[in-house]
Write a protein that binds this ligand. Sequence first.
Ligand code: 4PW
Length: 390
Amino acid sequence: MKRLNVALVGAGFMGKAHTVAYSNMPKFFWPAPAYPVLKTLCDIDPKIAEDSCERFGYEKWCTDWHDVVNDPEIDIVSICTPNNAHAPIAIAALNAGKHVLCEKPIASTRKDAEAMAAAAAEAAKKGVISMNAYQYRRVPALVLAKKFIDEGSIGKILNVRCTYLQSWSADPSSPLSWRFQKEIAGAGTLGDIASHVIDIAQMLAGDIDSVVSTVKTYITERPVQEGGVDLLGTVKLGPDAKKAPVDVDDENSFLVKFKSGAVGSIEATRNAWGRNNFITVELHGTEGSICFNYERLNELQVCFAKDPDDRRGFKTIYTGPAHFYGEVTWNIPGMNIGYGELKTIEIYDFIKAITEGKQPTTNFQVGYQVEKVCDAVMKSSESGKWEPCV
Ligand code: 4PW
C-alpha cells in the first residue's frame, strides 16, 4: 500500500485531532486509499514539540515550519496553527508540491485567502491537493440530508436556518487567547464557528449571494493568557490577571439570500450559556423539511409533505452502516460516532483525494468562497445594508 509522510504544524487541540485521525483512518477504512505515516511534528515551542512528538508518535520534531516544507520526504502538511500563520505555510508548502490540509477559517485576512486559493489553483495543475478542515459537512447525517435534497425529496429549497452556538467564552474570566485577537485570528466567532455553518449552508443550498448582518462584541476585555495552547475556556484566569482588549466579534447574526433564490438566516455566538456545540440546520422545501442538531449528530429528522395529513411529522433516522462513511459507525446505528470519528472521515476524504488526484469538496477555492461571505458580513455590519458576497 502507498505510504504518505505527514508533517503536522501546530500541536495544540487541532494538532491532536489531526493526529488521532491520521492514526485511526486505516483502522476504519480498510483497505485505506494510502497509509499515512506520522513523520514530523513541528511546533514553535520546543517543549511542546518534543513532548507532543513522543505523545502522538511522530518520528521526529522541529520548531521551524520551513524545515518540513523543504523536506523532500514529506508528502502532506497539516496546518493547525493560529489563523495568521496559515497563508505563509500553506503557500510555501503548495509551491513545494506538498498536499495541504489547513484548519479553518482559511486565513486571517481576505487578501491571504485569495493568495492561498491562487496558489492552490496553480499547484492543482500538478496534481497537488488542498483542503480546508470544514469537517462538519462530513457528518453522515448531513451527507444524508444532501442526498435527500439532490434526489428532490424536499422539493425546491425555500429557507435555510443555521445556528452555531457555544458557551465557552461567555465567562469574562475565559482568557484572551489568540482567538480574541484580530491580528492573529482575523475575526472572532465569525471565522471560528460561523464559517462552519456558512460552509454547510452553501453545501446544501448552493452559494450565498448577499447578506445583511449585525455583529456584536459583548466582553470587551479579557485576562491575558501567557503562552501555551488555546484551551477554549477550560482554564479561567483570576481577577488579578492582566487584562487586554478584545477586538473581534463575540456574536454575529445575518440574513442570507442564496443565488438559487432561497433565503435564510445564520446566527453564531460563543456566549450562549447552556449551548455547547449547538450546530443546527433546518431547511424547508416545497415538498418537506430537514432538521439536524450536532448535539445529536447521529440523527437526521425529515418530514415529507406527501405523507397523509394524519401521519405527517418529523421522523428520526439514526445514521449507521447503511449510510455514508458507514465504516466508522461501529456496526450498529445507535452505537454512534463522535468528533474523533468525524475528523477520521475528513482525513479519509483528504487521503482519497490525494490518491485519486481529485480536489476534495472543501478545497481552498471553497474556503475562499466562505471567506467572501464572512467579508460581506463584516461590511454589512458597518454599512447596515445588504452586501454582495463577491
Ligand atoms: O472549529 C471550531 C473551533 O475553532 C470547532 O469545531 C469547535 O469550536 C472546537 O473549537 C472551536
